[in-house]
Design a protein around this ligand. Structure first.
Ligand SMILES: Cc1ncc(C[n+]2csc(CCOP(=O)(O)OP(=O)(O)O)c2C)c(N)n1
Length: 344
């Protein structure tokens, strides 16, 4: 969905919670975005099964409220950087469904010219800085982006998405320590979906309330309900305000759940979590949670949902057709974009 221009954002100085909840039109936009991601990814699973998508592919289904909630509160000139589970964030940031699907199909019209694939979506036109496959590898990059913003005297913010398993990686400590020490405008947003592949958080982390890790860096933090897109928006807006006005970083622990397997190569529930646990979490589908609010507050109906659903399905079909018609990159493209000469 379109992000706000800086002038609009500066004018919104009222209560953050009220701004986060928005009006019926905003809530409809948020629902549309989450539905688009859901339908898009369902088609990704289908495309993977018939060999149109190859390599790794990690679906975001169940976590849509996190990316949509956080990104909807950003300005166009802010930055987003993400891990490999980033299809939803890329779409929410405004990379077109056509360019994302073509990238997944490995085609020349993809946002990374068909050479990145699922884990390496990238588009500098919307300040979407990837798509990174190394767990925690992009956290120092986010800190570097924060440094660049401050060095240039800007008031943009960099939002960095990563999974909870990344907090046990040395890069997490180094990146957050430096951001706190140098007061950099970065929001480190943990998507705590409770599992790193098949390993539960409790089996890998000495601290289970991950937000507490912010104490080590004297950094503000917040625990957020990731299944409530409006709560994610509100928490992100609070962090944005701190980052823009005081250049203070924030650690957000957003608690969510993935409804699918870790990637397309493992079963939905596997042996590491029970069917009952999965079913319990699926009761708090972020799309249903927002829809219920809209039914109560906006007079939203099932017919409205069906109409929106048909609309986004058509967008996804168009993306599929576009991707399918796009050619594969030529062999010579292997040697392009490998090295950028910044000296000339
Ligand atoms: C440095 C590094 N170690 C191991 C891996 C293999 N690996 C890929 S995904 C993953 C789990 C990461 O879980 P989390 O960070 O919680 O993100 P989620 O998959 O839940 O979104 C691991 C260990 C990797 N990609 N990079």
């Amino acid at each position: 969905m379109p992000q706000k221009k800086s002038s609009e954002q500066n004018g919104a100085s009222g209560s953050i919670d009220a701004a986060a909840r928005g009006d019926a039109a905003l809530r409809r936009d948020l629902l549309r975005e989450m539905l688009l991601i859901r339908r898009f990814e369902e088609r990704c699973a289908e495309a993977y099964a018939i060999g149109k998508i190859g390599g790794f592919c990690h679906l975001y289904i169940g976590q849509e409220g996190v990316g949509v909630g956080a990104i909807s509160s950003l300005r166009e000139d802010d930055y987003v950087i993400a891990s490999y589970r980033e299809h939803g964030q890329a779409l929410a940031r405004g990379i077109s469904p056509r360019a994302v699907m073509a990238e997944l199909f490995g085609r020349v019209d993809g946002c990374s010219k068909g050479k990145g694939g699922s884990m390496h979506l990238f588009d500098r036109n919307v300040n979407f800085l990837g798509g990174h496959g190394i767990v925690g590898g992009h956290l120092p990059i986010a800190t570097g982006v924060g440094f660049a913003i401050k060095y240039r005297g800007g008031d943009q913010v960099c939002v960095c998405f990563f999974g909870e398993a990344a907090v046990n990686n040395g890069a997490f400590h180094e990146a957050l320590n430096m951001a706190a020490l140098w007061k950099l405008p970065v929001i480190y947003l943990i998507e705590n979906n409770r599992y790193g592949m098949g390993t539960a958080l409790e089996r890998a982390s000495a601290i289970n309330d991950i937000a507490e890790r912010a104490c080590s860096y004297d950094m503000p933090s917040e625990v957020v309900d990731g299944q409530d897109v409006l709560a994610v928006r509100a928490a992100t807006m609070r962090a944005l305000q701190r980052a823009r006005s005081e250049s203070i970083p924030t650690l957000l622990e957003v608690r969510t759940y993935r409804f699918m397997g870790h990637s397309m190569s493992d079963a939905v529930s596997g042996t590491y979590r029970s069917k009952e646990e999965l079913e319990e979490h699926m009761k708090r589908d972020p799309i249903v949670v927002l829809r219920m609010t809209m039914e109560q507050e906006d007079g939203w109906t099932d017919a409205d949902t069906s109409k929106l659903d048909e609309e986004v399905k058509a967008v996804v079909q168009d993306a599929w057709d576009f991707a399918d018609a796009s050619p594969e990159p030529p062999l010579e493209a292997l040697y392009e974009d490998v090295f950028v000469d910044t000296t000339s």
